[in-house]
Design a protein around this ligand. Structure first.
Ligand SMILES: [Zn+2]
Ligand SMILES: [Zn+2]
Length: 186
């Protein structure tokens, strides 16, 4: 499937958003306060965002929870229900833009939308196009038992199982290797 630059940005943003939720109780929330939300917005170049408030933080966290459901969805139909609710609640105004030197692409968030509605609309539509292309199963959670981070599997044969093969995949390989050696030695 064709993934445009903007869809790619929206996918990266939604994956990073879902992964701001800590894996365990000892890690702090990646969106702990309004300042952290400000950093997130800047790092992901979310455009047209005004002054952020506690209200925005609470709303973004809520949207984040819904997006996590999409990545955990067992099939396309359940992913679709969540995406439809997210996009409907945000309201959308598709419009073409070539801001900041990008080629023509469509923004979905309504003018003046809150940051939560902006993310719900644009990231929601990026995920919607994945489902339309029959690619819902590429929206995954890492299979490492202590991880469960969200990722988008862009491999040719949809074979990726871990969020980052250099950390999670390797960690498991090393653990399996050690277990085999221990068994052989014992
Ligand atoms: Zn854009
Ligand atoms: Zn992982």
């Amino acid at each position: 499937m064709l993934i445009t630059h903007d869809t790619r940005c929206a996918l990266d943003t939604v994956v990073d958003l879902v992964n701001t939720v800590p894996d365990d109780d000892t890690t702090p929330d990646g969106l702990a306060d309004v300042a952290a939300l400000g950093d997130f917005v800047r790092n992901h170049k979310v455009s047209d965002v005004g002054t952020l408030s506690e209200f925005d933080l609470a709303a973004v966290r809520k949207v984040r929870g819904r997006f996590a459901e999409v990545f955990a969805a067992p099939d396309a139909r359940s992913a679709v229900m969540t995406i439809n609710e997210l996009v409907a609640a945000a309201g959308t105004t598709p419009r073409l833009t070539d801001h900041d030197g990008f080629d023509w692409h469509v923004h979905y968030f309504a003018p003046g939308a809150s940051v939560a509605d902006h993310l719900a609309a644009d990231c929601g539509m990026a995920l919607a196009f994945f489902v339309v292309a029959g690619e819902q199963e590429r929206l995954r959670r890492c299979e490492a038992p202590d991880c469960r981070r969200a990722f988008v599997d862009l491999s040719r044969n949809r074979s990726r199982r871990y969020c980052d093969s250099r950390t999670c995949g390797n960690r498991l390989h090393v653990a399996a290797y050690r277990a085999r050696r221990k068994e052989a030695a014992g």
